[in-house]
Design a protein around this ligand. Structure first.
Ligand code: UTP
Length: 149
């Protein structure tokens, strides 16, 4: 199966340590034996903190998003380091690159793409773009809300 897995930064980067990256990479390597994997990594706490700093500097929303995207790509690089040879060692910056890089047969790891949405949206668009069989969203949110809890 072709599977997109979104890993929220809030669960991957609760603490600034390597544990979660090691744990998730072991699971991903195992899954990759049978499936084609595309992983989308979120920004979490470091993204929020950096966005806070750049917002205080007077940046507009799109520029704040741009900083957030850079942080998701750093997180994607950390995941690539954990995955080693099982992953293609470049972070796609858009959906076309993700598709191109997947020709290597290796795990693809990406972060954000462009301002005005989140990595949840990236994972949904990516799933549609590559015609994935399954989209799995790993998040710290308890469920789907119809209004602000
Ligand atoms: P996230 O998708 O991680 O946002 O991107 P989040 O809602 O904080 O999710 P968790 O906490 O990781 O689960 C971090 C920020 O990067 C920008 C947005 O500003 C977002 O809030 N971003 C990310 C974009 O603008 N475009 C993208 O494609 C991805």
């Amino acid at each position: 199966m072709k599977i997109v897995i979104a890993i929220g930064g809030s669960i991957l980067l609760k603490e600034y340590d390597c544990k979660k990256f090691q744990e998730y990479s072991a699971i991903l390597k195992d899954l990759a034996k049978e499936h084609e994997l595309f992983v989308v990594v979120g920004g979490g706490k470091p993204a929020r903190e950096y966005i806070g700093v750049v917002r205080d500097l007077g940046a507009g929303e799109a520029q704040c998003d741009d900083i957030g995207i850079e942080v998701t790509r750093i997180n994607a690089k950390l995941m690539l380091t954990a995955l080693g040879d099982a992953a293609y060692q470049r972070v796609p910056h858009n959906f076309q690159e993700a598709l191109e890089f997947s020709a290597t047969g290796k795990i693809i790891v990406m972060g954000g793409t462009e301002p005005a949405h989140s990595t949840d949206a990236v994972s949904a668009i990516l799933a549609e773009y590559i015609q994935a069989d399954k989209l799995i969203n790993l998040t710290s949110v308890d469920g789907m809300y119809t209004k602000d809890p």
